[in-house]
Design a binder for this molecule. Structure first.
Ligand code: PNS
Length: 159
């Protein structure tokens, strides 16, 4: 299981999901969202962008979930492990208590993959901020996401 809010999916996410898909027979990309918090992209659009970004991976499926514990989703889909990418110390500090809590709750293990250093500075929130203020995030997000961000910002892409 590769969980996240994916608002929107970045190439860092794609790298981690692709590597999980090489390790496991099947990967569930679980889009966990809180309906009370409006993200930049709606759930349907996030699923659509994930679908386009991960279309080359035959053994993944994308499923949205709202207001549920990750461990309950893992039980529902019979996930063997949670897979997360780590970009550095800050991610580890954030992820470790969640991994321990999830193991405490149901015994599910979390497997950490070192993020590709090429994407160490890439997060959904930074990508949205940079793009929203006119910065170029080419090479950091899938093509479909780039188009969606440009459409949101109202900018005209250079030829
Ligand atoms: O992409 P994100 O925002 O870093 O993803 C965080 C996410 C959705 C994986 C995390 O917030 C989560 O697991 N939420 C589900 C609710 C839950 O189980 N909370 C307790 C975690 S120990």
């Amino acid at each position: 299981m590769c969980p996240g809010s994916y608002d929107p999916v970045t190439l860092g996410h794609v790298d981690v999901v692709a590597r999980a898909a090489a390790l496991y027979d099947e990967v569930v990309v679980a889009l966990l969202h809180n309906p009370a918090k409006r993200g930049m992209f709606g759930v349907e659009e996030r699923v659509d962008l994930l679908g386009q970004a991960l279309a080359h991976l035959p053994n993944i499926r994308i499923e949205p979930f709202a207001r549920v514990l990750l461990v309950d989703v893992c039980r529902e889909v019979e996930a063997q492990a949670i897979v997360k990418g780590l970009r550095g110390d800050t991610d580890f500090a954030y992820e470790l208590p969640m991994a321990l809590m999830n193991r405490h709750l149901t015994g599910v293990e979390t497997v950490f993959l070192p993020g590709d250093p090429e994407f160490a500075h890439v997060s959904s929130s930074l990508v949205k901020e940079v793009s929203g203020l006119g910065g170029d995030v080419t090479g950091l997000v899938p093509d479909a996401v780039l188009e969606a961000l440009v459409a949101r910002s109202g900018r005209v892409p250079e030829a």
